[in-house]
Write a protein that binds this ligand. Structure first.
Ligand code: UDP
Length: 464
């Protein structure tokens, strides 16, 4: 009997990439005659959250863990991007072994990797595989990535010192300091890696992107027409985690939400790794208290670095001891604080949730769109400042908070914007727009919808 086509999927460490790549695999095997293996680079025993995602996958999606990489030689304060790149680099030889074994057992035709996995292109070629990039950000960020080589050639200073804005084809212009974190320091290893990725885009067999045509119509049009050249771009989103993200037992915070009025609660969450300074945590707590609105805050211990919890996704010390004195008692009747981690998708899909103060991570943004929840943009790191601009100015999905001259969001500003979102006219406009977008997102993923068609074109390419 003819074997089904098989693809290998290589997400870099961290839940933010694994979740959408696993969802992509699910849709592919469900709608096309294709099976998949998710290959996981590791540094030791995989985290519980990762295991629960992998164990929930259907049986024609296999997974295997690569040999653990020893990261002890790296400095303790290595940034997540350095650590991830090191793990991906060091895993190349065990990736080669894994692909060799898969090739002998399956009809392996393609390797799909994310932005940290582009060095594996060479390995993909050795096995005569199609090389696809899974781009977990939006079309604006992809369009920007395509122009990085030109920007690099034409600029001698750091981008943050550029006297003019950088125009992203098919999207808005950004001040250099708003550009994504990997391009902020040009002498840095992370910059060199991102530049290399941007130069390699034209060598790929295609790019799968977690967005949808209707959300970024103009950007996709310009990407295809002027920017991506011959490289096919497949919008296949919005891919968000389906099924309970927190196991079968219902989280306490969902029971709390059951008792709150419809659309009354603001979710406050900064993704899998976002942390705030102590001063900023206090301003946020006071701002929430002053707004008089209900809130559910997934709260982490303060830290100097905004992405300090990227790998552990848990608070470092006493889970709530750093909050302002008396805050918990004063807000007990309308606020709930959940230390470290909560079932975000279930919270967003709950009837009681009416707003989302978010760090603008792309997965969180898509989850909010899918559930029609209006947002407040509080960008922290990665490409979140660019997302925040697009979300507030182009897509009109979110309200923006303004910092003071020291870069801090003050309690008065937080109070004002929370009130505007939850009860003001701007909030209502955003809510209306999100209802429309929620419908177009559902359509894109249903039979005949734009993302389903895109996935079919991808499957067709695999068969060539
Ligand atoms: N997430 C969650 N619970 C939390 C924090 C995050 O389930 O307490 C999930 C969230 O639903 C999303 C992902 O983690 O799917 C975060 O991805 P995103 O791209 O928004 O941000 P990142 O963590 O990559 O900065």
């Amino acid at each position: 009997m003819e074997k089904t086509l098989h693809i290998a999927i290589l997400p870099s460490p961290g839940m933010g990439h694994l979740i959408p790549m696993a969802e992509f695999a699910k849709r592919l095997v469900q709608h096309h005659h294709i099976s998949a293996t998710i290959i996981i680079p590791t540094t030791g025993a995989p985290p519980k959250a990762q295991i629960s995602v992998l164990e929930s996958l259907p049986e024609n999606i296999h997974h295997l863990f690569l040999q653990p990489v020893n990261v002890e030689g790296l400095p303790d304060d290595s940034r997540p991007e350095i650590l991830i790149s090191f793990i991906m680099q060091t895993s190349l030889s065990s990736l080669r072994d894994a692909l060799s074994s898969l090739k002998s057992k399956t009809k392996l035709v393609a390797l799909v990797f994310d932005m940290f996995g582009h060095d594996s292109m060479e390995v993909g070629k050795e096995f005569n595989l199609f090389n696809f990039l899974f781009f977990p950000m939006n079309a604006m960020a992809l369009s920007f990535t395509f122009i990085v080589p030109k920007l690099d050639e034409e600029t001698s200073c750091e981008y943050k010192d550029l006297p003019y804005p950088v125009k992203v084809p098919g999207s808005v212009s950004f001040h250099g300091r708003e550009l994504m974190a990997p391009v902020q320091v040009r002498t840095d290893e992370v910059y060199k890696g991102y530049l290399l990725l941007s130069k390699r885009l034209s060598l790929l067999d295609g790019i799968l992107i977690n967005s949808f045509e209707e959300l970024e119509e103009e950007t996709f049009r310009v990407l295809r027409g002027q920017i991506a050249g011959k490289t096919p771009v497949y919008p296949i989103g919005p891919l968000i985690q389906s099924g309970p993200s927190n196991g079968p037992d219902r989280h306490e915070c969902l029971k709390w939400l059951d008792d709150q009025p419809s659309g009354s609660v603001l979710l406050v969450s900064f993704g899998s790794g976002g942390t705030l300074s102590l001063e900023q945590v206090h301003e946020l707590a006071h701002g929430l208290e002053m707004s008089s609105h209900r809130f559910l805050w997934i709260v982490r211990s303060p830290d100097r670095d905004s992405n300090a919890s990227y790998f552990s996704a848990s608070s470092q010390n006493d889970p709530l001891g750093f909050l302002p004195k008396g805050f918990l008692a004063r807000t007990i009747n309308r606020g709930l604080t959940v230390p470290s981690w909560g079932p975000q998708i279930e919270i967003l899909s709950h009837e009681a949730t009416g707003g989302f103060l978010t760090h603008c991570g792309w997965n969180s943004t898509l989850e909010s769109i899918v559930h029609g929840v209006p947002m407040i943009a509080w960008p922290l790191y990665a490409e979140q400042h660019m997302n925040a601009r697009v979300m507030t100015e182009t897509l009109c999905l979110a309200l923006r908070l303004e910092t003071d001259e020291n870069g801090i969001f003050r309690k008065e500003e937080i109070e004002k914007v929370v009130k505007e979102l939850m009860e003001g006219d701007e909030g209502k406009k955003i809510s209306k727009r999100l209802k429309e977008l929620k419908n177009s997102a559902m359509k894109a993923l249903s039979v005949g919808g734009s993302s389903m068609e895109s996935l079919s074109k991808f499957a067709l390419q695999l068969n060539k």
